[in-house]
Design a protein around this ligand. Sequence first.
Ligand code: ZN
Length: 130
Amino acid sequence: MRELSVYYCPKCGYYGYYQLERNAVCPKCRLEMTCLDLNYQDFMDLSCEERDELLSAYIIMSSSPYVKRLLEPHKTNNKREIIAQMGARITELEIENEKLNKTIEWMHQTIWEMVRASKGLTSDGKEHFK
Ligand SMILES: [Zn+2]
């Protein structure tokens, strides 16, 4: 019989024990789980708090540098689930924010072009301020 390995979900912090990597799929997120770099027995010997702390550290480690910076101070006070959820949410917001920035940039551009067109100005728009 194969040995069990510990797997965790980097998105929600759920963890479980599996023999085969292909079975290690988070039941909540439907995502492939990451194998923990620690054998089953060593993990079982840890207390709940120690497991939380260890998995939190792993989740932070696998985050983007920006997310990492925001989560680092919370590591000692927060539980694994909160850390994982925060990380996932921050990443989502980061992506959303980038999209919004691009939209705003595009809107500025469009407004300027409309103003220039209506005033009959040159493309640098400087005449407007004379
Ligand atoms: Zn999950």
